[in-house]
Design a protein. Structure first.
Length: 346
């Protein structure tokens, strides 16, 4: 191996490597080519193994040529690498491009359950009159659920509630949200304007108008000088806001152990407009809630002086309100989780 031959081999390697660099199809192929030519065991290293056979004065000349060849190939690799990376990036951007002008995929929207929606509507209406929502426990003790509401253990009114008792002695699943009245009166001082929504339980046969589990919304107002006229005016405003300003309303005598006097509150039939139809029993009226002035005994259990404070309470079923608004005829639909029913309220 002489100087001329070794120099020719280096020039041939440069020419061949530059040609291969120019046609490298992608960054991976270019990286393999770089290892093949300039790596520790690459072709340039193989050519330079012949330096040892040269005369001492010729070795620096070959080294200079070899450095020039390496620098030329490295520059070509950098230039080609930059061009390939740019083209690959552009291709990737084209492939992953998102057309923001195209309408998005439709997303199925849910809706509130009609019972929850009705409770929200009730709360929004009464909030305009200063009523604040309070929560009370679903598992109550007998004393709060019955006795403090003027229903002692031997009272015949207990026959009105088919009660579900739990394993803890003296405790039960609340039969109504009325025990929340006691809790609110014991926790607050008048003036009180409280709304008590929640789930109730009774051991009843399930049919189109009854269920063992249902929602109820209780309202309580206690202050000095509160009258039955205040109650009627409030309920009139509620009925007009919920069912329409032209709907007629009326009070009828009723009975509840924890109110005295007690009333049933009716609105003009939403189906026939008051002319009489099967939906209203040919009466032209539909009962939407029960109400009355809070019994003095209940005020005393709430820690209030009935000689100073008077109050009224009312209770309604949001399912009943929803059934009237939407023309639903079967209470069981609210608890069956049938999408065909629930999707109608989206």
């Amino acid at each position: 191996m002489d100087l001329v031959q070794l120099t020719r081999d280096l020039e041939d390697l440069r020419a061949e490597a530059l040609g291969q660099v120019a046609v490298a199809p992608d960054s991976a192929a270019l990286e393999e080519l770089e290892i093949e030519v300039l790596g520790k065991k690459g072709r340039l290293t193989g050519v330079l193994r012949g330096i040892g056979a040269l005369a001492a004065e010729d070795r620096p000349r070959v080294g200079a040529v070899a450095n020039t060849v390496r620098q030329t190939i490295e520059a070509a690799l950098r230039e080609r690498g930059a061009a390939l990376r740019n083209s690959e990036l552009e291709a990737r951007l084209r492939l992953e491009r998102v057309d923001v002008t195209t309408p998005g995929r439709p997303v199925r929207r849910g809706s509130l359950h009609p019972s929850i929606e009705a409770m929200g509507d009730i709360a929004r209406i009464f909030a305009q009159f200063g009523f604040v929502v309070h929560e009370s426990p679903e598992v109550e003790d007998d004393r709060t659920n019955f006795q403090m509401l003027n229903i002692p253990p031997d009272h015949p009114a207990r026959d009105l509630w088919d009660t579900l008792y739990v394993d803890v002695p003296g405790h039960l699943l609340r039969t109504h949200t009325s025990p929340g009245q006691i809790r609110v009166m014991q926790a607050m001082r008048p003036p009180i304007r409280a709304l008590l929504p929640g789930r109730c339980f009774r051991y009843e046969a399930v049919d189109a108008s009854h269920g063992f589990e249902f929602f109820q919304v209780e309202g309580l107002m206690v202050d000095e000088g509160t009258t039955l006229g205040d109650l009627k005016g409030l309920l009139d405003q509620f009925a007009h806001a919920m069912f329409g300003a032209r709907k007629r309303t009326r009070f009828r005598p009723g009975y509840y152990p924890f109110t005295e006097p007690s009333v049933a509150f009716d609105v003009e039939c939403l189906v026939c407009g008051g002319s009489g139809c099967p939906a209203c029993g040919r009466s032209g009226w539909m009962t939407i809630l029960g109400a009355g002035m809070v019994h003095p005994v209940v005020l005393q259990y709430g820690g209030l002086d009935p000689e100073r404070y008077q109050g009224f309470a009312f209770g309604m079923g949001p399912e009943r309100i929803s059934m009237l608004k939407h023309g639903i005829t079967d209470l069981r639909l609210f608890m069956e989780n049938d999408l065909r029913f629930l999707e109608q309220f989206r």
